[in-house]
Design a protein around this ligand. Structure first.
Ligand code: 4LM
Length: 396
């Protein structure tokens, strides 16, 4: 083995930040089930609360199990620091409430997870934020939308649910010239498939509920970025504004799930590509969206920006909405459910489930179609998945 080489992604996902010798030899990091911490003296307590001394003080801002998860997700994303929260929405809300003030501008890609869309497009304007939703798959649209007051550019790539891919390098370059930071929600790709900070983003968001947890048994979120940004969000957003603190046991479950992220994402990607190819060749399917298919409009960009195409795909049937609903009802192995990134294959209808907040003409205006079906392709044997999907298509 070469000396001084940085350990690989999987090694760091399994070991980074935990030293068994510091925990009585425990191979796995202990779960610190405590809400508060004891000080040796009043002086020590005062210094801690004055920010003059680094120590655990209260569970809403920091806990040792949470701290290891923060160190590990920051390491895997190549960030200076990380913050983990009770859910992905907790991370997004903590960041936005900390960073934006009335009069500030935010430009976002127009296709977002339904609740991120509600928070950004409907709630933020109520607090005096100038929100502009544009199609960021065309960087020229960002150049047009930026203004003197823009402080943040926000996107998901791949986007939920249609798998739009945004060019992080070009978008963050334009944002930086205008004095704005770029935030990328990397939930779909995960750091095993894409590292936005290396492409120029300033901060990364995760719903760790998804691939990072990996087993559909926990809610968790994360934000990574510079030390200064993360500290600010911890001490204001998390502490005063959202209180979205992660439970210690939830942090442990995500640490456990993340150990296998690299191998899981490879299998998710293999299965999703095989299923996407089968769907694309089926006469009842009108179109398939999957970054790994040459037919994806940003396929070439996805190959440059992502190291794996990921486990999410979306498709539309020739019979539109009604045919899509009939199809969902005919699945027997895949489950009809929202969320994604677990071992089990899940299928859902965004227009009536995850993206109901895109009401009326917002669906079509913001790049979504009513008949779209989204699939989180799990880790089952691919023959069983293709049989299930082909059978449901035949019977739909
Ligand atoms: C879903 N998604 O799509 P929490 N960012 C992205 C997401 O997909 C989600 C969140 C943030 C789904 C949940 C039901 C790109 C969630 C929000 O659910 O708060 O951990 O993350 O099916």
């Amino acid at each position: 083995m070469r000396r001084n080489r940085k350990p690989g992604f999987n090694t760091r996902a399994i070991h980074h930040g935990h030293d068994p010798a510091a925990h009585q030899g425990a191979l796995e990091h202990p779960v610190y089930m405590t809400s508060t911490y004891v000080f040796d003296s009043a002086e020590e307590a005062a210094q801690t609360f004055a920010g003059e001394r680094e120590a655990f003080a209260y569970g809403r801002t920091k806990n040792p199990t949470q701290a290891l998860l923060e160190e590990r997700i920051a390491e895997l994303e190549g960030a200076e620091a990380g913050l983990v929260t009770a859910s992905g929405m907790g991370a997004i809300a903590s960041l936005l409430w900390t960073y934006l003030r009335p009069g500030d501008g935010l430009v976002a890609h127009h296709t977002l997870y339904g609740n991120s869309y509600t928070l950004i497009a409907k709630e933020l304007p109520e607090f005096g934020i100038d929100v502009r939703l544009v199609d960021l798959t065309e960087p020229a649209n960002l150049a047009e939308a930026l203004s003197d007051t823009t402080r943040m550019v926000y996107c998901e790539t791949p986007a939920n649910p249609n798998l739009d891919i945004v060019d992080i390098g070009r978008i963050s370059g334009l944002a930086r010239e205008a004095g704005a930071i770029t935030v990328v929600d990397n939930t779909f790709a995960t750091p095993a498939g894409q590292r936005p900070l290396e492409s120029g983003a300033d901060a990364v968001i995760h719903s760790m509920t998804k691939f990072l947890g990996g087993h559909s048994d926990v809610l968790a979120g994360a934000l990574v970025g510079s030390k200064a940004l993360v500290k600010d969000v911890r001490m204001r957003g998390l502490r005063y504004l959202t209180g979205a603190a992660i439970a210690p046991l939830s942090a442990f479950l995500v640490l456990r799930g993340m150990k296998t992220l690299g191998v899981r994402l490879e299998r998710h990607s293999d299965n999703a590509l095989a299923l996407a190819k089968m769907l694309e060749s089926h006469p009842k399917v009108r179109k398939v969206r999957y970054p790994g298919l040459p037919s994806h409009p940003q396929h070439a960009l996805s190959e440059r920006q992502m190291s794996l195409p990921g486990g999410l795909l979306a498709f539309e049937l020739r019979g539109g909405l009604e045919a899509g609903r009939r199809f969902l009802d005919k699945l027997t192995l895949a489950s009809r459910a929202v969320s994604l990134g677990g071992c089990e294959t899940l299928a859902q209808h965004p227009a009536s489930m995850t993206h109901t907040s895109y009401r009326g003409d917002a669906l079509a205006r913001f790049g979504l179609s009513e008949g779209l079906i989204r699939v989180s392709v799990g880790l089952e044997d691919i023959e069983d998945l293709t049989d299930d999907f082909a059978g449901a298509l035949d019977r739909a």
